[in-house]
Ligand binder design. Structure first.
Ligand code: ATP
Ligand code: TZP
Ligand code: MG
Ligand code: MG
Length: 268
């Protein structure tokens, strides 16, 4: 893995300022928009079915997130997804809480059936629950497991025919053939709501303009994890409240040199 390429992809996000169209949940909308802006992308958030197809057609990437789903929003997601597919725009999907209720699981499966998704990102239980397995989940939060996450990423990628990203203490990305592991990150990320959702949108920012989304996905994981580490290292963080602005500042300041110095990527 050439870490230099990850730095170039970060530069390219900042130089191209891609429009990332997010149909996302009401908990994380503002945080996601601010995180994308800090990184160098251009966020737009909307869930009106009336404009979903038009907005997707001009975006660099489309992010679908079912965290606070409702029927009108799901309709917007399907319309936006189909439009993105027609226009060759990558679709990144976060199946928040899949497995917690039948409505979430069924909707996630419906989206995967009706829309060609380029990358799906979730915690281990969410990915298992959309790929035909049944893992326990506590609302939108994962519960600890001793199962093999690397194997789950690979088998889900093969079943769903998409790139699969599973996050947690270690993050995995698989295209069904190759699986890589990223160890960057900090436990404080689990003490702030929406850090998984923002990461899914950051994968969207890195994916804009690319066909093969394996390296863009891995780049997003590494950049994001290092930004969290730098937030803890360089700022006076005393808890989740002070971590949040420090993390946004590090998404803004992180450089290719930081990635070269701190990235922890391995083949799984
Ligand atoms: P969950 O609902 O289980 O919290 P999520 O959708 O919020 O899942 P996470 O798996 O928490 O998403 O991932 C968000 C970010 O937090 C990722 O960058 C991941 O690497 C990081 N992360 C999660 N847990 C840890 C941990 N224990 N140590 C370090 N980084 C972590
Ligand atoms: N409830 C519905 S969506 C949401 C909550 C708390 C946010 C989940 O965010 P993340 O990134 O999965 O922690
Ligand atoms: Mg979380
Ligand atoms: Mg999540």
């Amino acid at each position: 893995m050439e870490v230099k390429k990850i730095g170039s992809l970060l530069d390219s996000v900042r130089n191209t300022n891609p429009l990332v169209f997010n149909i996302t949940n009401t908990v994380v909308t503002n945080f996601t928009a601010n995180g994308l802006l800090a990184l160098g992308a251009s966020p737009v958030m909307s869930d009106a079915a009336d404009e979903a197809a038009d907005m997707a057609s001009i975006a660099g990437a489309l992010v679908l997130n079912i965290g606070t789903l409702h029927p009108g929003q799901v309709e917007a997601m399907i319309l936006a997804g189909k439009s993105a597919n027609t226009h060759g725009i990558p679709v990144i999907f976060d199946p928040v809480g899949a497995g917690a209720t039948a409505y979430r699981t069924d909707t996630a499966k419906r989206i995967l059936q009706e829309v060609s998704v380029s990358v799906i990102r979730g915690n281990a239980a969410e990915i298992a629950n959309v790929s035909g397995e049944s893992w326990s989940i506590k609302g939108v939060d994962s519960v600890s497991t001793d199962k093999n996450i690397s194997l789950l990423a690979k088998s889900a990628a093969n079943k769903l025919k998409t790139i699969v990203v599973i996050t947690g203490q270690d993050d995995f990305v698989s295209n069904g053939e190759n699986t890589y592991l990223n160890k960057n990150g900090h436990p404080m990320l689990t003490k702030v709501t929406g850090t998984g959702c923002l990461l899914t949108s950051v994968i969207g920012a890195f994916s804009a303009g690319h066909q093969d989304l394996f390296l863009p996905s891995l780049s997003a994981l590494t950049t994001y994890g290092i930004a969290a580490e730098l937030a803890m290292k360089k700022h006076s963080v005393i808890g989740p409240g002070s971590f949040l602005p420090a993390f946004i500042d590090e998404l803004y300041n992180i450089s290719p040199a930081d990635i070269q110095q701190y990235s922890k990527i391995e083949e799984a």
